[in-house]
Design a protein around this ligand. Structure first.
Ligand code: URA
Length: 217
């Protein structure tokens, strides 16, 4: 086991043991994928299928996510996928602010261990975790910098399943992802805590070298 794997296993065990909201009513869905990937997708919270399988994005929204990943020539196994809240809220309701708060520190540590170059957020909850002032309809598909990483907000695939216009936007934004991951696209439109669209006081830090051969041949 690599050091990274060990740290993630330890974090998972800690999460399992911690007295957190939703514990007791749902399974832990920690996250999965290539822990050395340059790209980490962060969704909202597991749904019914994710709870049953203890894996993120395996229901209909997950199938669409897989399809979008394939359309840009990647595989699901090339990226890392997780959620902010790591247990399913009852009836698939939106996660409550206190649930997000309680699980936040664990996501922060998961990100620190995996150290992706790009965090692709799925939906507004995840986007607002990194970019509190961003608006999904205006800021999806733009490049931001937050907490020292590139953040690339995407629509949630579940929203894309409900509206063709959103699906088209999601697929278009996905097409930019390889260039974003390779640090080839222009500088961000917002920085930590600033309103989206305002100038960034600190320009984006481009990846110095490709983090993963498979994504950047
Ligand atoms: N929606 C999410 O935000 N996460 C999942 O894992 C599944 C559906």
């Amino acid at each position: 086991m690599t050091e990274k794997q060990e740290k993630l296993e330890a974090l998972k065990k800690e999460l399992e043991a911690a007295d957190l909201p939703l514990k007791g009513s749902a399974n832990l869905v920690f996250g999965e994928g290539d822990i050395n990937s340059a790209v980490m997708f962060v969704g909202e919270a597991p749904g019914f299928n994710e709870d049953v399988q203890k894996r993120p994005f395996v229901g209909r929204a997950g199938q669409l996510l897989d399809q979008c990943i394939k359309e840009i020539g990647w595989q699901r196994a090339d990226v890392y996928i997780t959620n902010i809240v790591k247990r399913r809220p009852p009836e698939n309701r939106d996660p409550l602010p206190e649930e997000i708060e309680a699980y936040k520190p664990y996501l922060a540590r998961q990100i620190e261990i995996i150290a992706p170059k790009v965090i692709a957020t799925l939906g507004r909850f995840s986007m607002n975790y990194f970019l509190p002032f961003a608006k999904i309809s205006k800021d999806h598909g733009k490049i931001f910098q937050a907490e020292g990483r590139v953040v690339f907000p995407l629509y949630h695939p579940a929203a894309a399943l409900r509206a063709t216009a959103v699906l088209n936007e999601l697929r278009d934004d996905f097409k930019k992802l390889p260039a974003v991951a390779a640090g080839k696209l222009a500088v961000p439109s917002a920085a930590d805590g600033t309103a989206a669209g305002t100038a960034s006081p600190s320009p984006i830090k481009r990846p110095e070298k490709p983090a993963q051969a498979r994504l950047f041949p």
